[in-house]
Design a protein around this ligand. Structure first.
Ligand code: GDP
Length: 288
């Protein structure tokens, strides 16, 4: 597998989450809308089995809206699962969250049995941004709930709805090769765990398949029909003046340009995986 990323502490995070889950009614998993399946933590899915789940497709402002709709439908078709799209521009995120959670756990709520939800997500999906936006005025001291250590965040979303932040870090777990590349392209994988040239070539390959107009517009390329990913990377390097001596392209620089543009949304609203593609990738990974 090309992208290897095991930052450790996985076991501790798993134990902490398992302990916390006992008291939780709804598990929220925050995903990156540009790579929903790749940014999920497969371990969390196994731990939360049997509990209602809310998938948040965050950063939807950066993702392809048509594909976000496909993913929302895909998740909503699963048992006990709800899904919503979100981004940092949402004015009332807590209302959206509360409505979806109530739907998932209709028999919870009211002051005698508050609805308790846990929010999880791999680093960089935007969890802190969301929590901060919801917690102005509302951060509560953690009570004496079993398994809740002091200093852990509990946010009161409504009188009878409490949101808990995941204890510890939930790192991505790469089980599907394409998912590793997508995580790397999104910036969720440390720089020293990947080869930027390789990741940018995989990204370009996908853009050539699905986002030719965005690609040609961004880099003012005339024609990419029939070109290979590496040829396009060279063209981009030349267009951007990423050159070494002797008329050679500085490929590393070109790769960084392609990745940064994607991460910042400069290439357009792009999603790196479709549900049907993911099914194929996952099947292949299992067969290996
Ligand atoms: P965390 O590691 O999950 O807590 O992620 P952060 O909240 O620190 O966000 C990671 C990066 O994504 C930051 O640069 C945020 O500004 C950015 N970010 C968070 N939410 C959004 C969003 O909805 N849209 C966009 N475009 N960027 C976001």
């Amino acid at each position: 597998m090309a992208i290897q990323w095991f930052p450790g502490h996985m076991n501790k995070a798993r134990k902490d989450v398992m302990e916390r889950l006992k008291e939780i009614d709804v598990v929220i998993e925050m995903l990156d809308a540009r790579l929903p399946a790749s940014s999920a933590n497969p371990m969390l899915a196994r731990m939360a089995k049997g509990k209602p789940r809310l998938m948040i497709l965050n950063k939807q402002d950066l993702a392809d809206p048509a594909i976000t709709s496909q993913w929302l439908e895909w998740y909503r078709a699963k048992k006990q699962t709800q899904a919503i799209g979100l981004d940092a521009g949402e004015r009332a995120p807590s209302q959206k969250l509360v409505a979806a959670c109530r739907e998932l756990a209709p028999n919870r709520g009211g002051l005698d049995k508050p609805l308790r939800v846990l929010i999880c997500g791999i680093p960089n999906v935007g969890k802190s941004t969301l929590i901060n936006s919801m917690s102005s005025r509302k951060i509560a001291k953690t009570g004496n709930m079993p398994g809740v250590t002091k200093n852990e965040q509990r946010i009161i979303l409504a009188d009878d709805v409490e949101l808990y932040d995941t204890p510890g870090m939930l790192w991505p777990k790469i089980e599907v090769e394409e998912g590793g590349y997508n995580l790397a392209a999104s910036g969720a994988v440390g720089r020293n765990a990947m080869d930027e040239e390789e990741v940018s070539l995989e990204l370009l390959k996908y853009l050539l398949q699905h986002y030719v107009p965005e690609l040609t517009a961004r880099y003012k390329l005339d024609e990419v029909d029939g070109l290979q990913d590496w040829q396009v990377l060279e063209m981009i390097g030349r267009k951007r003046g990423a050159m070494l001596g002797g008329g050679r392209v500085n490929i590393q620089k070109a790769a960084e340009i392609v990745l940064t543009d994607f991460r910042d949304g400069n290439t357009g609203r792009i999603t790196l995986e479709r549900p049907q593609e993911w099914v194929v990738w996952e099947k292949r990974a299992k067969e290996l």
